[in-house]
Design a protein around this ligand. Sequence first.
Ligand code: ADP
Ligand code: MG
Length: 238
Amino acid sequence: MGQITLEGVAKRFGEVEVIPPLDLTIEDGEFVVFVGPSGCGKSTLLRLIAGLEDVSDGRILIDGTDATDASPARRGLAMVFQSYALYPHMSVRKNIAFPMKMAGLPQDEQSRRIEAAAKALNLTDYLDRRPGQLSGGQRQRVAIGRAIVREPSAFLFDEPLSNLDAALRVGMRLEISELHNRLKTTMIYVTHDQVEAMTMADKIVVLQAGRIEQVGSPLDLYNRPRNAFVAGFIGSPR
Ligand code: ADP
Ligand code: MG
């Protein structure tokens, strides 16, 4: 569970082709980073996978099944938004429970998943607090908790750490990597930060103007950048 295949996926906004047709396969359990400069189409590509935008062309397969026209809820993927997407008036417990409540999960199953997520994210002592009473890092963990309880086949992160300070970012990076090691669930992580890409990814997808410049492991890209853009962006000698 968690293989995602894009076949000729393209996106136009009106006349503007933001993503020319592209092919990409993400294997089950991989940690894949989409990296590229601001405006290159990273968020759009992630939103297409999540089903938050409709493709203009092409197909999206999830575990071999055509999910191109499936609603976001039906895709079994969980998008992790920045921590400010939490509901300020709800407790941490209620924030984490929210997607399960929407899905109509039985109460005891909700409780079981909340306890497990809280334990995994060191939030057990904070379940009755409100987001405003938490640090930035704790709020980000709640946002991740809200994704974990859905038991998705893949997690989709869109620059989740961009509004944390530098020191906190390093810690959260490690936490997300550890979470991936523990869950072994597919993760797609969008960032404009090369260091994040190089330190977190199994596979990096370098994007420029909606096109895939190169796909490879951090070492591949560092040692064998395909062109000057990749070399310059990754910071390898060439
Ligand atoms: P990134 O996440 O890499 O910064 P985006 O995916 O947000 O890039 O944006 C890619 C391009 O698509 C940008 O030129 C942006 O202005 C454009 N774009 C994104 N969303 C829309 C939209 N809803 N309507 C029109 N243009 C959009
Ligand atoms: Mg973006």
